[in-house]
Write a protein that binds this ligand. Structure first.
Ligand SMILES: Cc1cc2nc3c(=O)[nH]c(=O)nc-3n(C[C@H](O)[C@H](O)[C@H](O)COP(=O)(O)OP(=O)(O)OC[C@H]3O[C@@H](n4cnc5c(N)ncnc54)[C@H](O)[C@@H]3O)c2cc1C
Length: 358
């Protein structure tokens, strides 16, 4: 294929991953970003670059996708699971995730990717959206009609030690989870609701109350953060000749909403399809489809099994003792026979709330 100019809508992780790869392969790349800087969707949130959904270490994975780690990236191999009453530490043999900052702030993933894109020769136009039919790659983030989760919280400065805590409590995070993350004197406390989004403020208050009960809190300069996530298992990676990447293609993990790794991977695949002139729809479907289906099954099981305080307490007690890597491996293995069996039931159940799953 003759090298040509590629226009990308959206300068998030998926759009910039595509842009960096295309520019490095010699394409002329122009990115159109609606906001005034990269990462504007976030306010300095701490997010987890997960290292559990694939066998390869995520940082090696990024290297293989031509993405350098030029952003703050702190490994965590221990998490603390909390209920209203109990705390239980779970240690892993490997790094479970890497904490990264999101937003138009120093050291963030977004600013790091922007720098790599610009250094590779990508032209980014800020405050500028292209009409959809004017872009080759649509990487514009969540699709509002498919909202699958809502996140609300604060970031803050603190004297607390580094910690990663996940709280399971329906009053604090309906069908979801709350988290407290601290690294290098910087913290983020949030609640993630997977249903009954109207309760998000009340849930956040409960989250704060429970964390304050467990930890000696000291918070300075709190700033509100939060947002929504979207998901789809339909797998429309190519529509009317346009490539879709990241959350715009619905490649968000349906269980807990972790999407950065998938976003970067889908941008990379979109770029490779242009570079190698391959069928993006087929390549992306084979990479993502079974995993997204498995994540819908995981979400269904999570909702029905972890709905009560009793079960949450039981699960936390168990998880501390069982080989946790094995659980994660099982959850994220591609659509295996058990998840294939459950998938239709999961979709019927979740389809009552998510029209696009029907
Ligand atoms: C509060 C919160 C916490 C999260 N925590 C985690 C986490 O811990 N770990 C994890 O892996 N994932 C997490 N996620 C999900 C993760 O942030 C996303 O999956 C990821 O950012 C998706 O990348 P993307 O490139 O698809 O979209 P985005 O990051 O949303 O980037 C899309 C970009 O497109 C721009 N844009 C939108 N419309 C247009 C247009 N018409 N024209 C031009 N530009 C446009 C937007 O301004 C934006 O910059 C979280 C999400 C939220 C909301």
């Amino acid at each position: 294929m003759a090298l040509r100019k590629i226009r990308i809508a959206g300068a998030g992780p998926s759009g910039l991953s595509a842009a960096i790869n295309l520019a490095k392969a010699g394409f002329e790349v122009e990115v159109f970003e609606a906001a005034r800087d990269c990462g504007h969707r976030f306010g300095g949130d701490l997010q987890a670059l997960e290292n559990w959904s694939r066998r390869e270490n995520v940082l090696e994975d990024l290297k293989g996708m031509n993405i350098d780690v030029n952003f703050d990236c702190d490994p965590f191999s221990k998490i603390t699971l909390a209920t209203e009453k109990e705390l239980s530490d779970v240690r892993f043999n490997e790094d479970l995730f890497y904490l990264v900052k999101r937003g138009a702030v120093k050291g963030s993933l977004d600013q790091g990717l922007k720098e790599q894109a610009v250094d590779s020769g990508v032209k980014i136009n800020f405050n500028s959206s292209v009409p959809r039919d004017g872009a080759d790659i649509i990487a514009t983030g969540p699709v509002s009609r498919e909202v699958m989760g809502i996140d609300r919280g604060v970031v803050f400065e603190t004297g607390m030690d580094d910690i990663a805590v996940g709280l399971l409590d329906n009053d604090a995070a309906y069908k979801g989870y709350s988290y407290l993350l601290v690294t290098n004197g910087y913290g983020c406390m949030c609640t993630v609701l997977l249903d009954k989004f109207e309760n998000v403020n009340k849930c956040f208050q409960t989250t704060e109350t429970i964390f304050k009960k467990h930890f000696d809190f000291n918070i300075r300069n709190p700033k509100p953060v939060g947002g929504v996530g979207s998901f789809s298992v339909k797998g429309d990676f190519k529509l009317n000749g346009k490539f879709f990447a990241g959350e715009a293609a619905g490649v968000q993990d349906f269980l807990w909403g972790f999407g950065i790794r998938n976003a970067i991977a889908s941008g990379h695949l979109a770029a490779r399809s242009f570079i190698e002139n391959t069928d993006y729809q087929a390549v992306a479907k084979s990479y993502f489809e079974n995993r997204l289906k498995a994540s819908a099954v995981n979400r269904f099981l999570w909702e029905i099994l972890l709905g009560s305080k009793f079960l949450n307490n039981w699960a936390i007690n168990k998880i501390g003792k069982v080989k946790t890597e094995k659980i994660l491996d099982m959850l994220y293995k591609t659509h295996n026979s058990y998840s294939k069996l459950i998938f239709p039931v999961a979709i019927r159940h979740l389809g009552k709330r998510y029209k696009t799953l029907r």
